[in-house]
Design a protein around this ligand. Structure first.
Ligand SMILES: Cc1cc2nc3c(=O)[nH]c(=O)nc-3n(C[C@H](O)[C@H](O)[C@H](O)COP(=O)(O)OP(=O)(O)OC[C@H]3O[C@@H](n4cnc5c(N)ncnc54)[C@H](O)[C@@H]3O)c2cc1C
Length: 317
């Protein structure tokens, strides 16, 4: 029987949504008969342990950390929990915090490392883990090596959290020695730009296929004409055309508008990660093979700017 640990995803004294998703993936890796533990490394872990009401968690291990919960503290705590439970897998919610700790933990344990996993098949020993490569153009299935533990990070939204259950009594583990190399000063929230695209009912999104920067005005005009908000794919944000607060996708915002109208967006997996909960998806793309058409409810194989001009004309009467 194998065992797996999910490392709680915490921020500012609260459990984040990634915790349940990491637990769901850890359950798959442990197998139906395997045992599942949740590790909480935080300044006041007892309160978080009391709130960790997830079905199927047999043990909650807690480690008291400093105010910022440094990567070195997480690595030390997870290594000791992994040894204590003989864990075959240690799972994190993918993100900057996980990426600061997971590779070092894999080195510490001599474990395999698989990051940004989107699916797990088979489960238990012989698990196949799916992750994307080459900016989302290829999905790779990776088999975990036998007899070696695995450190895994899982992509947000890819695994359904378990149901609720009364949490087991937490078991405190010894806190690691403080790391003099780091000092946590605090978190800075990104500028919101006064617009919260996660609340918009209609998003009109522009991608690299709009061509020139001046064409953005046309897409903005469509958004304004229909009472929606402008959104964008990452290349337009990287180019400085659109503020980061309007980026949709894995490293941007997850949105759930009633209608998502995408102009010149290819539909890379990192972009699609942000529109999984969108209602109707409408795509305009000149390439009939563009991946966005696989998720679109309606599509037009056409020039993005021409369609945008037409829509604005129609709206204007
Ligand atoms: C770790 C990581 C995180 C990432 N996070 C994000 C993220 O949060 N959000 C995000 O969007 N991306 C993200 N990316 C980048 C992502 O992989 C893609 O590169 C990006 O989404 C592509 O943007 P795009 O569709 O606008 O551009 P492209 O992929 O270049 O696609 C442009 C599309 O426009 C079409 N086109 C060309 N001319 C026209 C025309 N005249 N009319 C209509 N269509 C036309 C083309 O057929 C093509 O499909 C991330 C990548 C990595 C590695």
């Amino acid at each position: 029987m194998s065992s797996a640990i999910a490392v709680a995803d915490t921020r500012d004294g609260e459990l984040c949504a990634g915790t349940g998703q990491a637990l769901a993936a850890a359950r798959l890796l442990a197998g139906a008969d395997g045992s599942l533990a949740l590790l909480i490394v935080a300044p006041e872990p007892a309160g978080l342990a009391a709130a960790a009401s997830f079905e199927g968690v047999e043990r909650i291990l807690t480690v008291e950390a400093g105010s910022g919960t440094l990567p070195s503290e997480v690595v030390a705590a997870a290594a000791s929990a992994a040894r204590e439970t003989a864990a075959a897998a240690i799972v994190f919610a993918h993100g900057p915090d996980a990426m600061a700790a997971a590779p070092a933990l894999a080195v510490e344990l001599g474990a395999a490392l698989v990051t940004d996993v989107t699916a797990i098949a088979a489960g238990g020993s012989g698990s196949l883990l799916t992750r994307s490569l080459y900016g989302g153009k290829v999905a790779a299935d990776l088999a975990l090596p036998a007899g070696v533990p695995a450190v895994v990070t899982v992509r947000s939204g890819s695994f359904t959290p378990p149901g609720e259950a009364t949490p087991p009594t937490p078991e405190p583990l010894a806190a690691p020695d403080p790391d003099p190399a780091y000092e946590h000063l605090g978190y800075l929230e990104p500028e919101s730009g006064n617009v919260d695209i996660t609340r918009a009912e209609l998003l009109v999104a522009a991608g690299r296929g709009i061509g020139e920067r001046e064409n953005l005005e046309q897409i903005e005009a469509v958004a304004a004409a229909f009472g929606g908000e402008l959104a964008a794919s990452r290349p337009l944000v990287d180019a400085g055309w659109v503020p980061a607060s309007r980026q949709v996708g894995q490293s941007g915002r997850t949105v759930e508008p009633k209608v998502y109208l995408a102009f010149g967006i290819s539909g890379a997996v990192q972009h699609l990660a942000g529109i999984r909960d969108a209602g109707v998806v409408i795509a305009v793309n000149s390439d009939p093979e563009a991946p966005i058409f696989r998720v679109a409810d309606y599509g037009a194989v056409a020039d993005a700017v021409e369609v945008a001009e037409g829509l604005e004309r129609v709206r204007g009467g």
